[in-house]
Design a protein around this ligand. Sequence first.
Ligand code: GTB
Length: 216
Amino acid sequence: MSPTITAFKASPDRGRGLARDMRVRWALEEVGLPYDVRLVTFAEMKAPAHLTRHPFGQIPTYEDGDLALFESGAIVLHIAERHAGLLPAGADARARAITWVFAALGTVEPPILDLQVARILEHDKPWAEARLPLVEDRIRVRLRQLSDRLGDADWLDGGFSAGDLMMASVLLRLGASGLLAEHPNLAAYVARAEARPAYQRAFAAQLAVFVAASGG
Ligand code: GTB
C-alpha cells in the first residue's frame, strides 16, 4: 500500500512549492515511491482527526499502515532510510548526509524563517524597518559559510543526498530576496536541485493542487 501524506487544500504559497509537503513529495519522487495525498483546509488541520496525525495541527504528515509521522525532516529521513536513492551506503557517509539534514533544518532554516516572519507578519510593526537588516545579516552569515563549504562541488558531500534535498528546500524559501544571488555557487546549487526530474515531478504535483483549488 502507498503512503499517504497531507498537504494544503489551498496553499498560501499559491503553488510556488514552498510549503513543507514539497520536500516530502520530492523525497518520495527521488526514491520512486508512489504516494497518495490527503488535502486539508486550515480548519481541518486543527480538527481532532488531523491532530491525531500531527499534534501541532500542521502539514505535512505521513501515514504508512500503522505508522503516522509528522515533521518534514523526520519524514524525509524515514523515506531515505527505507528506500535507496537518498542516503549513501557507507556508514560514515550516511552519517554525514544526515548531518546536513539537521544543518538545513536547525542552522540554516531558522534565520530564513525569521525573514519571512519579519516580511509577512511583522512588516507593520514600528520596529520592523530596524529589524529587517539584522535578520538579513544573520542569513548572510550562514550563506557565506555554506558557500565556502560547498565551493565548486555539485553537492554538499559527494553525491546528491537527503541533506541536499533539505538544504535546497530551505534555500528555495529565500525566493526573490536577492540573498542567494550574492553567492553564485549557492544559486547554481539550488538550480541544480530544481532541475532534478524528481523535483520537477513533485513541483508539478503540488502546482496541480493549487490550480485545481483555484478553479483552473
Ligand atoms: N517543523 C515542521 C516541519 O518541518 O514539518 C513545520 C511544519 C509547518 O510549519 N507547516 C506549515 C503549516 O502547516 C506549512 S509549511 N502551517 C499551518 C499552521 O501552522 O497552522 C509553512 C509554509 C506556509 C506558507 C508558505 N507560503 O505561503 O509561502 C510557505 C511555507
